[in-house]
Design a protein around this ligand. Structure first.
Ligand code: S3P
Length: 172
């Protein structure tokens, strides 16, 4: 079976929903941030701090390239910025069925407030940062995704069930 890939903004629930989905279907769970951390032996924030964002983005693209041949039958949750590069959007779509988990700004803010592990959200006014990045990324998520699932008001199990239902309708 091909992979099921979850994309979306930070705090949209990609990792929690992905883990639940993998458990429910017996598929393998893969998280691109976790793979990068394991391979580099450094946390994401430390990679950003030491080498900068473009270096991290290159690590993401390099990983997606390798996943074309080393990853199958997996639920894959990817970092929120992965779909920004056009090459990554192509690579994501060739990996399997790409599902965009959408959540409102209020939902996102409720989940990411007080989290110091995300360098893209550190410093300044959190709400303004989230709003600006969400707006800047929307078209990229839309372009990368085969399916979009609105998750506001859904718990993890409900969101996962909706993903499976819609993916199956889509022919997954
Ligand atoms: C990022 C999202 C993070 C992580 C990194 C950059 C982004 O992943 O890849 O901090 O640019 O949106 P999550 O979406 O899992 O938080």
């Amino acid at each position: 079976m091909q992979n099921l890939i979850l994309i979306g903004f930070m705090g949209a629930g990609k990792t929690s929903v992905g883990k639940y989905l993998a458990h429910k279907t017996g598929m393998t769970f893969v998280d691109t941030d976790e793979r990068i951390v394991a391979e580099q032996g450094m946390e994401i924030a430390a990679i950003f701090e030491k080498y900068g964002e473009p270096y991290f983005r290159d690590l993401e693209t390099d990983l997606l390239e390798r996943m074309q041949t080393d990853t199958e039958n997996s639920v894959i949750s990817v970092g929120g910025g992965m779909p920004v590069r056009e090459r990554n959007r192509e690579l994501l779509r060739s990996l399997g069925c790409v599902v965009w988990l959408l959540a409102s700004k209020a939902t996102i803010l409720g989940r990411v407030s007080g989290d110091g592990t995300r360098p893209m959200l550190s410093g300044g006014d959190l709400e303004a940062r989230v709003e600006r990045l969400m707006r800047a990324r929307e078209a990229f998520y839309r372009d990368a995704a085969h399916l979009m699932i609105q998750t506001d008001g859904l718990n993890i199990a409900e969101a996962a069930d909706t993903v499976l239902r819609e993916a199956r309708k889509f022919g997954y």
